[in-house]
Design a protein around this ligand. Structure first.
Ligand code: NAP
Ligand code: GCO
Length: 288
């Protein structure tokens, strides 16, 4: 196989959870461009409909449906329907669906804690469990988990998210350990701060047009002084889904513009005027 062909996904069936907008949509587009057929789910019918139209317009062969990753019965039924639709088991799973609650730990309810752990950690367990038998029967597969910088470091208000993403790093290593013998590779993408609806509140400008303090903080912590863009993550998703990465297993690969390698500069030295012209595009505005 040529080196270029080792990055192709022709004929593969790839499932991206939460694949309607944000990073999930970017992963779907990238995997489809590399040749894969796309399976995607979300919790809201209007999101499925909108994404399906976008995928159709882009020539993506996609199957989408309602499915909450925290509900095992819904996941089992959805995987069955997707596999019937394409006539074969799923080859690639990106456990992308995720949520965050930014609440100081001592004020966080157990219900909020459980909600985040359920979606961000138990969801990937349920979805992986649903596709692994088919991958074994097919002779192999790829599972890619959505880790985070919070798989390595913490910060104020994100205790449940950090606990879930840290746990997901270990689930990644354990799936590798348990199923590597069946030619299943399980790795994770660890994005830094990427401009999506999830992080939109952290970039929102004040009424007077001033930068959000967290926006200043992230730019001062990132050597490139910018937020990541969804397209920054597409190459790694294709690589981890493709034969080119067949001997990489159990790893978290960070795409953070260097944040985890950098102590950061004094935020008071940051020249705000440099960033005034940057506009948010429609797809990354605050939801709700
Ligand atoms: P996002 O814009 O908030 O999108 C999350 C997606 O997950 C949405 O499609 C959402 O759909 C779906 N989802 C949430 N709960 C679900 C459930 N129970 N069942 C099915 N789908 C569900 O997030 P993102 O920024 O694209 O992030 C994607 C993943 O990367 C997440 O796991 C996130 O933690 C991780 N990540 C993001 C960043 C970042 O800076 N953006 C950095 C590191 C890691 P609904 O509209 O129905 O909620
Ligand atoms: C936050 C952010 C993060 C990022 C990301 C970092 O509030 O700190 O939302 O947690 O989304 O996961 O890698």
């Amino acid at each position: 196989m040529s080196i270029i062909d080792k990055f192709r996904l022709d004929g593969k069936i790839a499932w991206v959870t939460g694949g309607t907008y944000g990073l999930g949509r970017a992963y779907c587009m990238a995997l489809a461009e590399a040749g894969a057929k796309i399976v995607f789910n979300d919790r809201k019918p209007e999101l499925i409909e909108k994404a399906m139209e976008e995928y159709k317009a882009a020539g993506v062969d996609a199957f989408g449906g309602i499915c909450d990753v925290t509900k095992e019965d819904e996941v089992t039924a959805f995987v069955k329907a997707a596999e019937e639709h394409f006539g074969a088991p799923i080859d690639i799973l990106i456990n992308n669906a995720g949520v965050i609650k930014r609440i100081p730990m001592t004020e966080m309810s157990v219900a909020d804690w459980n909600f985040v752990i359920d979606v961000d950690l138990t969801g990937p367990f349920i979805c992986s469990k649903a596709v692994i038998p088919g991958m074994i029967a097919k002779g192999g597969g790829k599972i890619i988990n959505a880790c985070s910088m919070m798989s390595e470091v913490g910060r104020e208000t994100v205790s449940a998210y950090a606990a879930a993403k840290g746990g997901l790093k270990m689930l990644t290593k354990n799936i590798c350990s348990e199923y590597g013998q069946y030619n299943i590779q399980c790795n994770a993408i660890g994005p830094g701060y990427i401009a999506t609806p999830q992080t939109a509140p952290l970039r929102a400008r004040g009424e007077d047009g001033s930068m959000h303090p967290f926006d200043r903080f992230i730019r001062s912590k990132t050597p490139a002084q910018r937020w990541g863009r969804t397209e920054d993550l597409q190459g790694l998703a294709v690589f981890l889904a493709a034969p080119a990465s067949d001997f990489i297993n159990g790893q978290v690969i960070y795409i953070d513009g260097g944040i985890l390698a950098y102590l950061g500069q004094d935020p008071s030295n940051l020249d705000e005027s440099k960033f005034a012209a940057e506009e948010e595009d429609e797809s990354i505005v605050v939801k709700d």
